[in-house]
Design a binder for this molecule. Structure first.
Ligand SMILES: *[C@@H]1O[C@H](CO)[C@@H](O)[C@H](O)[C@H]1NC(C)=O
Ligand SMILES: *[C@@H]1O[C@H](CO)[C@@H](O)[C@H](O)[C@H]1NC(C)=O
Ligand SMILES: *[C@@H]1O[C@H](CO)[C@@H](O)[C@H](O)[C@H]1NC(C)=O
Ligand SMILES: *[C@@H]1O[C@H](CO)[C@@H](O)[C@H](O)[C@H]1NC(C)=O
Ligand SMILES: *[C@@H]1O[C@H](CO)[C@@H](O)[C@H](O)[C@H]1NC(C)=O
Length: 308
């Protein structure tokens, strides 16, 4: 293979591109990942379909399904797929004396609409075009998650922090909160539609001893194992597998087939989760808690997936 010499400029550009991220606060999440320790299956290809789903009157939800087969809490119109949190039967706000007096709602929303694509994705690129719920205490989440939990790569948008997105990843058997997170400034995520991309690529043929810097240049940022999070096409964070490895070369990098999901959930309980998500939801001042998904595109990495 032909490898050009890198100019100083290219090296400088690369170092600018590899941005550092702030560690997020110790976020607690409603769904708790479990230990999924199945080894990465490299013997057979995962079945995956490249797709662009546009949610509208004509298409409905396409091949996407609500996780619990819920018939309410969502609808499709010309704007897209609307996810709606239904109010709890009673709105009672309490404070938790054992948690610095942080507030929470005694009753949370009875639903948490979460849509799932039919295929599993083993490395690839997913773009969600969506508008978040700007209600404090509501969390809009665009997630890749291995079945059974464990590996996860996500975007989480807090309604109470509309000018930020949080990014995170988890690895099977190593569930830790507030360690792998990133916190990034953006435009108001609830004011309009934006494209949120998770580019989780791995290039099997280049698993070699070549210096990573060459690979990065050659593969246009698709170095062997890395995750990039982008907002409207701009990279806001890059995590490489290498930086997840310890000194014994044991790495904590997501590597299992994942399902592509998008959802909305109420973070109003417990108080620690409400505190993280700037909640709990004030149902007395809230007309509706809604996130809108316009489209999701899925591109499966052909080296790990049998593409239909
Ligand atoms: C959905 O609708 C759009 C425009 O109405 C169309 O371009 C697209 O191909 C349709 N199919 C899917 C699966 O989204
Ligand atoms: C919400 O409004 C109802 C009706 O006015 C009131 O009874 C209730 O206390 C309010 N709840 C909170 C938490 O403010
Ligand atoms: C996950 O399972 C593996 C294998 O059984 C075990 O070694 C590891 O400690 C577990 N990790 C957690 C966080 O439970
Ligand atoms: C998001 O992506 C779609 C499809 O490529 C594009 O039409 C739209 O303009 C993008 N939106 C933004 C805010 O960049
Ligand atoms: C109150 O705080 C304690 C200590 O952090 C926690 O264990 C408990 O789950 C919290 N209860 C609620 C309802 O938030």
């Amino acid at each position: 293979m032909y490898l050009p010499k890198l100019s100083i400029g290219a090296i400088a550009l690369l170092s600018i591109m590899s941005q550092s991220v702030m560690a997020a606060p110790a976020a607690k999440k409603a769904h708790t990942a479990v230990n999924a320790t199945a080894p990465e299956d490299t013997s057979s290809l995962n079945a995956c379909t490249n797709s662009i789903t546009v949610f509208n009157d004509e298409n409905g939800t396409g091949e996407w399904k609500e996780e619990t087969n819920a018939k309410s809490g969502w609808s499709v119109d010309d704007d897209g797929l609307e996810l709606v949190l239904e109010p709890p039967q009673k709105f009672v706000r309490l404070t938790n004396a054992s948690d610095y007096g942080n507030p929470y709602n005694e009753f949370a929303s009875p639903n948490a609409p979460n849509f799932i694509a039919p295929q599993l994705l083993h490395y690839g690129k997913v773009t969600y075009q969506l508008k978040t719920s700007g209600v404090a205490g509501a969390v809009t989440a665009a997630i890749l998650m291995a079945p059974g939990g464990g590996d996860e790569i996500d975007f989480e948008m807090l309604g109470g922090d509309r000018n930020k997105v949080q990014t995170n990843y988890f690895y099977a058997g190593g569930i830790v909160y507030g360690v792998n997170g990133g916190d990034h400034d953006t435009e108001d995520t609830a004011a309009g539609f934006h494209n949120y991309t998770i580019d989780w690529y791995a290039t099997r043929m280049f698993k070699s001893d070549l210096p990573e810097i060459y690979l990065t240049v050659f593969l246009k940022n698709r170095s062997p194992e890395q995750i990039q999070w982008l907002v409207d096409g701009t990279v806001i964070r890059t995590t490489t597998k290498k930086e997840t490895c310890n000194d014994k070369n044991v790495c904590s990098f997501p590597s299992h087939p994942t399902s592509v999901q998008v959802g909305l959930w109420d973070s109003s309980d417990p108080s620690s989760t409400a505190e993280w998500a700037k909640g709990p939801i004030n149902w007395n001042t809230t007309e509706s808690v809604t996130a809108v998904i316009k489209s999701v595109s899925i591109e499966c990495n052909p080296e790990y997936n049998q593409i239909a």
